[in-house]
Design a protein around this ligand. Sequence first.
Ligand code: GLP
Length: 260
Amino acid sequence: MKILIFDTSEMATSRAAQQIIDRVAAHPDCVLGLATGGTMPPVYRHLTNAHLAGSVDFASVTTFNLDEYVGLTPDHPCSYHHFMAQELFDATDFDRSQTHIPMGNAPDPEAEAKRYDAKIQAAGAIDLQLLGIGTNGHIGFNEPTSSFGSRTRIKTLTKATRSANQRYFSDGEEPPRYAITVGIQTILESRDIVLLATGESKAPAVATMIEGALSASCPATALQLHPATTIILDQDAASQLKLREYYFQVHPNGQETPIV
Ligand code: GLP
């Protein structure tokens, strides 16, 4: 794991976005894995601004989002289809026939999950997967107890996750109980992974992910098995890391200076 700690969430966010921009600039037809959640809109603003400034084009990129709520139609304001259109796709030049998100309202969600995983594999796996992390250590919607061998499937959301996401739903409406999520094995097959976490609320999950023992209780610990994962943090999210000074010594201020 490469662990980069930045002074501010803005610097961390910018570094995560830059990794995506660099990847697309080098490989315009790459396959990106995209994420949702409150951490991501600032990342997508960087991508949008870079596109509007003429620095990057997304027209040949293929994308696969991590997850979608079971039961929500794509036009539901809390669906991840809607989130992605609003936060990224509508303001950029992504070819919408190449942007994929599980269909939460599919008549057979289990079959939809299998179809989706097969589609990722047919695309040759993800080149660069962007991840956030839940306060309980989930990645995508892989809640605690998710197998490290899991593929795209239905997961029951925990009370903690539903509560955390309640803020996106209007009064009286509760977040769905189930989601389709790309599995941990599918995520681990990505060539590169970049996980962005900001804010103090993520500090315990971040510490367990990086320094805890491998465990399905904290699904993000699976990333310890991946050979090319970059964890990008602000100081608050890094605040419970025991070896924080060591990570800072290796990459001062998040910088990746060549070893001479
Ligand atoms: C959501 C998403 C995850 C996201 C996480 C954290 O429920 N399914 O992909 O990483 O929870 O979200 P936030 O960035 O809002 O803290």
